[in-house]
Design a protein around this ligand. Sequence first.
Ligand code: COA
Ligand code: MG
Length: 306
Amino acid sequence: MPPRTLRSWLFVPGDSERKQEKALASAADAVILDLEDSVAPEQLPAARQRVSELLGSVGEHRRGPQLWVRVNAASSGLLGEDLAAVFARAAPAGIVVPKVSGAADIVLVARQLSRLETRLGLEPGAARLLVIATETPAGVLSLAQYPQALGGLRRLRERVAGLTWGAEDLGTALGALAARDAAGALTFTFQLARSHCLLAAAALGAQAIDGVCTDFRDGTRLQHELDAARRDGFSGKLAIHPDQIAAINAAFAPTEAEREHARRVVAAFATAPAAGVVSLDGRMIDRPHLLQAQRILAAAQNAEGS
Ligand code: COA
Ligand code: MG
């Protein structure tokens, strides 16, 4: 069975028991227990302990969101201890890797995970990775090299569940005053980061996950970002507030009209199995349309199954 597509990813600070309870009860596909930017440095030991206990206390076959953990960056000096604490009682579904500056950072984290999996007798590659790929300028510039650097490493490629992008840390690194212009559109540099993330994810066969909408009270803005994300090929989005989850899940579930069209495309090819191209409603339909239709139907099934 192919891995499930995860539409909504809800961040929750690693040290907040109250928010974690709420997050676990939410309809998010994945909850990201954060040990990085939302945790004050002096709270990190307590957050590690809390995350470890939470992972240890929830049953493996529980329904509800998958549990992921965002660790500190490869360059932080904190990663080893983060991972040791996270895996101390039970393994998470995956690890979110921030401030990645190049493919080497991903290789480094994957190696540490492989070692842990071997030591703990876990299935190799079981813990997947979500890479936050655009938080540093070097990270954005290196995205174009991902297919070459990672594409040949099958094990590692399979471990990478998705790539995501973010404007906040990148803006700080650049000294940019804003990521959007007066009309609300992303400025060129941030569009570049977003598009590179989308392209690299597709090249690796991983999910492209849209970054957070930090204005969590602005439903119109969120919907606008979701419409653009879905249109452009993202298959999920990060969230920071439970109120954002319903809109995200709905946005990445194909509409009834899309499903119906996809069923008709599949049917048109089924009636002409030897044909590479058929016509439907006066339009040419060829193999890429069939693949897209199959993807829509898989996404529909995924949305129903969760
Ligand atoms: N997960 C679970 N529950 C959350 C939540 C989250 N991410 N964010 C808010 N809640 C809960 C609050 O605890 C509150 O419940 P309560 O009144 O029963 O305590 C309820 O939802 C409403 O919260 P609200 O008052 O609207 O927001 P807030 O001002 O308390 O919190 C943030 C705003 C941004 C601080 C909070 O949403 C948050 O911590 N988000 C995650 C931040 C994060 O992890 N960032 C790192 C990635 S960028
Ligand atoms: Mg950050």
